[in-house]
Design a binder for this molecule. Sequence first.
Ligand SMILES: [Zn+2]
Ligand SMILES: [Zn+2]
Length: 381
Amino acid sequence: MLAMDYRGPYRVRLSQKPMPRIEHPQDAVVRVTRSCICGSDLHLYHGMVPDTRVGMTFGHEFCGIVEQVGSAVETVKPGDHVLVPFNIACGRCHFCQQGLFGNCHESNAQATAVGGIFGYSHTAGGYDGGQAEYVRVPYADVGPMVIPDWMDPDDAVLLTDVVPTGYQAAEMAGIQPGDTVVVFGAGPVGIMAARCAWLFGAGRVIVFDMHDYRLDFVRRYAPAEVYNFKEVDDVVVFMKKTTDGLGADVCIDAVGGDAKGNFLQWLTGSKLKLQAGSAIPLHWAINSVKKGGVVSVVGVYGPTGNMVPIGNVVNKGITIRANQASVKRLLPRLIDHVRKGHIDPKAMITHRLPLDAVADAYRMFADKLDGCIKPVLVPHG
Ligand SMILES: [Zn+2]
Ligand SMILES: [Zn+2]
């Protein structure tokens, strides 16, 4: 079968790989119908995630038709069109039982923090992902959900990561009615976090980014007040001024370790890799949230350390909440929001490409060309 094939930093291509097969009675093999490229795939593409091995197929946001199931699988059958959460979760361990499907203790032998993730390096279990014609899906009774008849597959594929991650960012922030919410990053997750902040009762939603076309999109879509941080002298001072000197009630970091906006952070985090990515939005969030406020982090950082102003966190009494989204826990609520029209995920899809254009798609997405917000690969199109 054809699959995206990582060859080293900044190099991906399409290759022939062996067809995935049932390796365990709880597996399914899924024929991919849609597969997105995610902002966090760019962390892999840029060589920022440890133990990203040559030959890996990325892709943790996909849906497809069940082709084959193992003997123990009961809830999905061949022919079902399913959306598959990016977390690989056993459904039975201590953490899955609490709904922490992103922290499954069984699906990732390599780490004690994050669970397994499709196509996300051996740090996240070494599972091949869905930027391919076919993919093996472990624990097929736990993650995959049959796409409701009324739902557009373009909406379904965004329910595998972008929508739940943005939603959980807003949920973890504990937004109170009337709160001023700041979102750093106008990628798809930041856009969705801004949109969902209103569902939790926000009174004012502000988004910072450096790409005007993304700011234009989120200004209309969320809707939100938007600012290009390159045109703002100092983000923290700016936020103080616009909140009567108090700071925002809630700040959301929807960027992670690929951030730009501060030379020293970029040099030590992104260029020299002396820390696990450049934590610029995290600094901005900690320093522009009010005393007693909440910082919610869904941006992806590497597993090693970052320089973070912990003294300010203590002295201001800030609550920091963070996690990978627990997709399965959130799906029933999110499907309901899509059905009622509260969220329109597919509006974020700007590019639709065949699988064999995967190398171009990565380049375009990484370089923020052609107004790209969310590219989706269509393997069998
Ligand atoms: Zn993703
Ligand atoms: Zn588990």
